[in-house]
Design a protein around this ligand. Sequence first.
Ligand code: F0G
Length: 460
Amino acid sequence: MVRPLPQAEPFRIKVVEPVNMTTREERAKKIESTGFNLFSLKSTDVYIDLLTDSGTSAMSDNQWAGIMLGDEAYAGSKNYYNLLAAVQDVMGFQYVVPTHQGRAAENLLLSIMLREGNFVPNNMHFDTTKAHVLHKSGIPVDLVRQEAFDPISQYPFKGDMDLERLEDFLAENCERVPLVMLTVTCNSGGGQPVSMANIRGVSAIAKKFNKPFFIDACRFAENAYFIKQREEGYRDKSIPEIVREMFSYVDGCTMSAKKDALANIGGFLAMNDVKLYQETSGLAVLFEGFPTYGGLAGRDMEAIARGLREVVDEEYLAYRVGQVKYLGDLLIKYDVPIIEPVGGHAVYLDAKRFLPHLPQWQFPAQALGVELYIEGGIRGVEIGTCLSGRHPKTNDHDYPKLEMLRLTIPRRVYTDRHMEVIAVACANVWDRREAITGLEFTYEAPILRHFTAKFRRLGK
Ligand code: F0G
């Protein structure tokens, strides 16, 4: 019998950053002193940091070598041209405006396109995109398929836009819709992928109504890997081919290079329309910097250019998506309720099923995050009632359908042994779930309250 070899990390670890171990008592004190806010912890007090996959990737030797080739020019840096060439080759767009991160690309695009009272349809807006639409007096509209809200539906592309609803929405509100957006993978819905058929479908509807179509491309390579795995007709296509096809249906993208460009900072707006390029690059001078650096050092642009070419490597993606699935499978084995199937960059604990005795006004996902930190020094992030904020009309909490604690896996940073520690810590919290109590605010900021909120524990 020939045993199939297990797949291990497709890299060697050359540089390490030691992490601090703390005791359970120390952690209980530290989290209480922050007002039970995970954002307020020092990262040195965290053992395994799963707050975000954004800007937390380990860069490759090739990216670090590129950093030494940073040409710190105000205008016309060679690293800008390397970035432009990488975007043209990998994604196929003609024009690129670099920005200091993804939300700045959203700002440029939406400042130019949106007028007061306009709607922006998206499968699900990420919170910065939603905030930028609102900031420009627009109205974000989420039109994801209903399966996205069923935590145990095994539908393979739960990030898909509901095409019927999109078409009806455009038919009714055509005059007030300046563009259509689609977020791949769908972060707010559990890191779920969008199928090629759906991208094609959204593109056809946008064309029918003569609307530009932009992708929020932060995790485009992870999305392409899911298309290869799950969608009929793509098994024999290479990841670069799938990526080029995805972007062939759209007019441009906003990109946070802190995710699928494997960089620690940066982003860009990419597009094919020269007029839009002229307008957005003009505005970039005001908010970002000259259009050939956009708030970035030459070395950052070089790291992004190299990361974009690296991230479409299939072996890397098999490891990356495979590691997230490994954690998800361990949690399922321990009966810990998660959003299924597991997404591309994170495992999302389902706080409604984890802590059914806590109503949403007691912030169950936040309470779960606090317990997981105390249990194992593991920091997740609440994607639930606190993040969701208040409803603009009723001023009550804007209760989300999904109440989740996201365990976001940085790229190439933790080993599968870390995944095992996370799973056991979650299982221990699961075993003592009935004793966990809810939280209430002692301080709440008017906007983006999750970053600074303070809580107190409610009694039993
Ligand atoms: N779009 C999506 C889908 C995102 O996940 C993010 C960031 C952005 C846009 C904004 O990019 O941070 O570079 O300005 N998501 C991070 C997260 C913060 O933790 O999910 P940015």
